[in-house]
Design a protein around this ligand. Structure first.
Ligand code: BGC
Length: 765
């Protein structure tokens, strides 16, 4: 249902009705924040601590109204008598999510669908991500929103997790650096972001109650680390606490998390809000430092009662209000910015396309099957060839104006698309769509099983095509996990299709390319031998189909690399046995017993083979790594590592270079290597070189020692490994840390509420 939001000055009346002295009423922006708070009634205070309630319609206002926006996720109350303006909060990670056709207004407000966060992380290019953020933030500003509820930086702990597409990586350095770039980009427009979901929101099953049981070391090194980076490097205006419990407590009710860690240790300066309907105890949320509850429903009564019976200190409320008012003061809405409703969508489409091309990962390219050589006619197999999946569902969705499908994009670039095949798929799609309920029509094809084709149907396409392209699609979203069967693993029909098409086309000396238009990791080991090439196109926004064609034809040289590992089998995933939680049919607790061994930290340390390792991705050219130089052989406060990348192939291209550190393993065990730096080269012409510099600080050497709650860099020899992926290490060098250093002592907080024994390398022996 479309909804249009109206605002009124009813709270102004409320204030007067409460007998306020109107002779001098402090005004936000003119008077001190404390004075404005002091002038508020208890009722006004409680209203401002929350959103407008479910569907934004709690207490429908009366009196003069004006339209704010439509399709936003949340609003904050205006109190006109105190000069307090409303604010608007909108999703989400792949672009602004608002209603394109606000009821009662004669305007359209389409937004740009950018690549999902996973695809953005695959660029390994923080500058690119910052640019996407700038464009996204401009739409936030020009459509009249104040805060984008993004970036979402939770860790890809398990490939089935339903929201992975909204998140960046299995590695906290990538998640943190990408998140920081996004915050800088969006906020450069004078609008805010909300760093979410703080923290350990890695499971969608029972997401509002599940208790994540995580050791303090795994929390510090893996789950908190990315948030720490974003807060310290980019200061998002707001942070959103998560739905889940963590070690026994809801994150939004946890003072140790929200105040001791976020504010005291990391020096977060902004406002904290809850996720929508998260938590259970409004008083605990207020006390923890979770300043605002969204969207805020029955908690109003609860807080008013708590104030009345002195179950909450009013000073706590005032402290939280001060942060909320400081946030409101920062908004452009407060300073009267007249938004245009006219962001430059054409320019943003270009930004989206560039990021889409750079986020795609070439997984396989046997005998240089790509780029196309003498291809004019294409046979497009798979329903997704005719229904491109731009992004996921839920709050990560974007209402864009239009997106080409892969068949349309091929035609845009002058290719002949095999028409009889197109007809088969289009009538299949029409029939699936026509049978679906109205509300399901939009996504029904994405979730419908693939169409079976017999060998004769495949053979008859040979005469119309020089190459076969098979697109495999996956969609997903919040509130549920992906399934192992027919989702993580390709379905029997999909695998049969790949096998039959490959056999038939290869017999005719024609190539077969698989395109993966997916949001998260799928199994590849059981079918990857059939096709000649595999392009992991991700869900890359409204321009994704064009970007695919540009890569296949060689206009763009792929340079994306995996920000997560692709396991051989689901059972190889370190959290496979414990995901989503226990009891399995209705999980209450999720014990993260793999500890710090998430993703490549596990596969590489435990020598478990992967289908494609972390950091992997092919190019149409080759790069040579040389000349590694360390600023010193002995680590003092900082150390720089320089090296040179040279394009020694025949095509221009970019390379993502990765720095891993192998640390000494004396007092506590550590993963065999950890990513401590990464960089993307500029576009290098054949023969061109670029020098890359990485800087390692003390924290880069440190692990978290639980017994003393400290980050400690252990003395000994460290090996710097410069690689094209986690496995493809091209250069190494060593330095020594002469003495063990306690780099930082932190609060001893967030210990698990039940015993958890982390996985250890010694378990293997
Ligand atoms: C999601 C958040 C989102 C919020 C507002 C929640 O269900 O978890 O990511 O920002 O809704 O739409």
């Amino acid at each position: 249902m479309k909804k249009t939001i109206f605002f009124s000055s009813f709270l102004a009346l409320m204030g007067m009705a409460n007998g306020q002295n109107t002779s001098h009423v402090p005004q936000l922006g003119k008077d001190k924040v404390e004075d404005v708070i002091a002038a508020m009634t208890q009722q006004e205070k409680v209203y401002l601590l929350m959103g407008l309630g479910e569907n934004n319609w709690m207490n429908p206002p009366t009196g003069p109204t004006h339209v704010i926006i439509a399709g936003e996720a949340g609003l904050t109350w205006a109190i006109p008598r105190l000069g307090i303006t409303p604010t608007v909060m909108t999703d989400g990670p792949a672009g602004l999510r608002i209603d394109p056709h606000p009821e009662g207004l004669n305007i359209t407000r389409f937004c740009t669908a950018f690549p999902t966060a996973t695809a953005l992380a695959s660029t390994w290019n923080t500058e690119m991500v910052e640019n996407v953020g700038k464009a996204m933030g401009n739409e936030v500003l020009e459509y009249g929103s104040d805060v984008l509820l993004s970036p979402a930086i939770n860790i890809h702990r398990n490939p089935l997790s339903g929201r992975n597409f909204e998140y960046y990586s299995e590695d906290p350095l990538i998640a943190g650096k990408m998140g920081a770039a996004m915050v800088r980009g969006v906020q450069s427009n004078g609008v805010g972001t909300s760093l979410k979901h703080f923290v350990a929101n890695n499971i969608e099953t029972n997401r509002k109650t599940i208790n994540a049981v995580i050791s303090q070391r795994a929390l510090r090194e893996i789950y908190l680390r990315g948030f720490e980076t974003v807060v310290k490097e980019a200061q998002p205006w707001t942070v959103m606490t998560s739905y889940n419990r963590l070690n026994g407590f809801y994150t939004s009710e946890n003072y140790d998390l929200v105040t001791k860690i976020l504010r005291d240790e990391w020096k977060f300066q902004g406002m904290v809000m809850s996720d929508w309907w998260a938590g259970a105890d409004a008083v605990a949320q207020m006390n923890s430092g979770n300043d605002m509850i969204q969207p805020g429903c029955n908690q109003r009564e609860e807080l008013l009662r708590a104030l009345k019976y002195k179950l909450i200190d009013e000073k706590v409320i005032d402290r939280n209000l001060a942060r909320i008012l400081t946030y409101i003061l920062r908004t452009k809405r407060f300073s009267g910015y007249a938004f245009t409703n006219k962001p430059d969508l054409d320019a943003h489409a270009l930004v989206s396309r560039t990021a889409a091309s750079e986020g795609m990962v070439l997984l396989k390219n046997d005998k240089n099957a790509l780029p196309f050589n003498n291809v004019k006619r294409v046979a497009l197999f798979g329903k997704t060839s005719y229904r491109f999946i731009c992004g996921g569902t839920g709050s990560g969705e974007v209402n864009y104006k239009s997106a080409f499908t892969i068949n349309e994009s091929f035609e845009n670039y002058g290719y002949k698309v095999a028409k009889p095949l197109e007809t088969i798929y289009k009538s299949f799609i029409d029939s699936v769509t026509s049978k679906a309920k109205k509300e399901d029509k939009k996504f029904v094809v994405d979730f419908h099983p693939e169409l079976k084709l017999n060998k004769e149907q495949i053979k008859s396409q040979l005469q119309n095509s020089d190459v076969a392209i098979i697109t495999i699609g996956r969609n997903g979203g919040e509130g549920w996990e992906r399934q192992i069967v027919d989702n993580f693993y390709l379905s029997a029909t999909e695998k049969q299709l790949i096998k039959d098409i490959s056999e038939i086309y290869h017999a005719a000396n024609k190539k077969v390319i698989v395109v993966l238009n997916i949001g998260g990791v799928v199994a590849t080991a059981d079918w990857r031998n059939y096709p000649d090439a595999i392009l992991l196109a991700w869900q890359t926004g409204q321009e994704g189909a064009n970007a695919i064609v540009e890569i296949l034809k060689g206009k763009v040289n792929p340079s994306g690399k995996l920000p997560m590992s692709f396991p051989m089998e689901y059972s190889d995933v370190p959290s496979a046995k414990t995901f989503p939680g226990e009891p399995a049919d209705n999980p209450v607790n999720a014990v993260y017993s793999e500890g710090i061994y998430v993703g490549y930290r596990y596969y590489e340390s435990f020598k478990v083979p992967t289908a494609y390792e972390f950091g992997y991705g092919l190019s149409y050219t080759q790069f040579e790594y040389s000349n590694i130089q360390l600023s010193s052989k002995s680590f003092q406060n900082e150390l720089t590592v320089k090296m040179t990348v040279k394009n020694i192939g025949k095509k221009e291209g970019k390379e993502a270079v990765q720095l891993y550190l192998h640390a000494p393993n004396v007092e506590i065990e550590k993963p065999v290597e950890e990513l401590k730096g990464f960089a993307k080269t500029r576009l290098l012409k054949p023969g061109e070189s670029q020098e890359i510099t990485f800087t390692l600080d003390k924290r880069a050497l440190a692990s978290f020692w639980t017994n003393i709650s400290s980050w400690v860099a252990e003395k000994g020899d460290y090996e710097v490994r410069i690689g094209a992926s986690a496995k493809d290490i091209r250069l190494t060098s060593t330095f020594n840390l002469p003495e063990t250093v306690v780099v930082e002592k932190v609060n001893n907080v967030l210990y698990p509420n039940r015993p958890v024994t982390d996985l250890s390398i010694s378990d293997k022996k």
